[in-house]
Design a protein around this ligand. Structure first.
Ligand code: HEC
Length: 163
């Protein structure tokens, strides 16, 4: 009886240890995927989505994340919708109507689906710094074309998050 109880304790400990190892491996794998997503975003998307560009060539990822979180119900939906748009950009699918008006629909860049899923997960999970330089460039561009509505909107964001 005693021996049996001892064995049970040993196997409990083993099971616990195994559970901890599995948890650590999963966490490490998730972190790896996020790092990969960050690098893929840098290599494939930032040529246009870099918030420092003046004039802007695409909406900053801060804005893409905010808009897609508003338009989707959860993390999976976010990843799916962002991936579908990136693989097949079209005016019908676009939710960033202002950006489409100003820059035209995003071109099809021939991205790889598995890569875009990792990028989308990273965009969902990360915290982007407010794109202050982008707002400044975009206020300047809106004023130059006499578009006071956009200038005001971006000025409000700038005042709220960058001052
Ligand atoms: C050649 C420039 C360019 C590159 C490279 C690019 N984009 Fe874009 N992207 C744009 C422009 C311009 C818009 C704004 C117009 C629009 O919304 O379609 C945009 C908008 C988007 C949107 C918002 C779409 C909507 O619903 O309106 C998403 C999401 C997006 N890009 C994802 C990506 C991802 C992910 C990558 C990299 C894999 C990428 N883009 C690379 C130019 C680019």
């Amino acid at each position: 009886m005693l021996i049996c109880a001892g064995n049970q304790e040993v196997s409990m400990k083993k099971a616990l240890l195994l559970a901890i190892i599995m948890l650590l491996t999963t966490t490490a794998r998730a972190a790896d995927n996020l790092n990969e997503g960050k690098q893929l975003l840098q290599d494939n998307c930032m040529g246009c989505h870099n918030a420092e560009l003046d004039p802007p060539m695409g909406p900053p990822m801060f804005a893409v994340q905010k808009r897609y979180k508003m338009a989707t119900s959860d993390r999976n939906d976010f990843i799916n919708q962002l991936t579908v748009f990136t693989l097949h950009p079209s005016e019908d699918r676009a939710v960033m109507i202002n950006a489409v008006e100003l820059l035209g629909v995003m071109p099809d860049i021939g991205a790889d689906e598995a890569d875009v899923r990792k990028i989308a997960a990273y965009i969902h999970d990360t915290t982007f710094a407010p794109p202050c330089a982008h707002w400044q460039a975009s206020i300047k561009a809106a004023r130059a074309r006499g578009d006071m509505r956009h200038a005001k909107k971006d000025q409000m964001m700038y005042n709220r998050m960058c001052k």
